[in-house]
Design a protein around this ligand. Structure first.
Ligand code: AP5
Length: 202
């Protein structure tokens, strides 16, 4: 499981873990955004919470995860990205399956806002870029999109939700002896190196 504040680099570093472990990435944020863009009942319900920087209710997320874990590619384990986000979600997950390791990417709040407002996504390849820290290849700039919740006001709400509801989970997993902490303040490559080292030592 990848753990950390919004914009810590969970999605960016998930790639390395998927490469090392061969397990599929399960991002509740991506699943919710897909439901929003398809206009499903779940998407309509989630949209209001996401755009105001609040967490989507636990029962919605737990239902989504139960369905996802029943898919064939999840039978040998998955990499959770952005889930669980609350103690009730972690408790529900513990009833379904065992979490073997949690990698926490630590980044101070003052770096988060810059990372989030500069993020862009390529809708064709799914690749995540940053206007300064990971510029897109020439010729692709015009097709890049910015998430609706990637603005300064919403980021501050997301950070508040993180500190209040999600951060306590770090201690919850630390008490279970499965938390590895990675300094997320270096370059993408430096953090990737630390993440790979942490995964290989598990
Ligand atoms: P979600 O999509 O999970 O958003 P998040 O947790 O806020 O995380 P992000 O995707 O913003 O950041 P990231 O850590 O993946 O960073 P990234 O690698 O892109 O959730 C969105 C919303 O959905 C939530 O607010 C909530 O409403 C809802 N939701 C989702 N899951 C939920 C759940 N379980 N329960 C309830 N609600 C849920 O990097 C960010 C940027 O920084 C990029 O531009 C990247 O290029 C750049 N970058 C990355 N690493 C570095 C580095 N080392 N140095 C410089 N720049 C870097």
């Amino acid at each position: 499981m990848l753990f950390g504040p919004p914009g810590a680099g969970k999605g960016t570093q998930a790639e390395i873990i998927v490469e090392i472990t061969g397990k599929p990435q399960v991002s509740t944020g991506d699943m919710l955004r897909s439901a929003v863009s398809q206009g499903t009942k779940l998407g309509l319900e989630a949209k209001v919470f996401m755009e105001s920087g609040k967490l989507v209710p636990d029962q919605v997320i737990i239902g989504l995860i139960e369905d996802r874990l029943n898919e064939p590619d999840a039978s040998n384990g998955v990499l959770f990205d952005g889930f669980p986000r609350t103690i009730p979600q972690a408790e529900a997950l513990a009833e379904i399956t065992e979490v073997s390791a949690v990698i926490s990417i630590e980044v101070p709040d003052e770096d988060i806002v810059n990372r989030i407002v500069g993020r862009r996504m390529d809708p064709i390849t799914g690749e995540i870029y940053h206007v300064l820290f990971k510029p897109p290849p020439p010729g692709t700039e015009s097709r890049l999109v910015q998430r609706k919740d990637d603005n300064e006001d919403t980021v501050r709400m997301r950070l508040a939700a993180y500190h209040e509801q999600t951060k306590p989970l770090g201690e919850w997993y630390s008490n279970r002896g499965i938390l590895a902490i990675v300094d997320g303040t270096g370059t993408i490559q430096e953090v990737g190196h630390s993440v790979a080292k942490a995964v290989r030592s598990i």
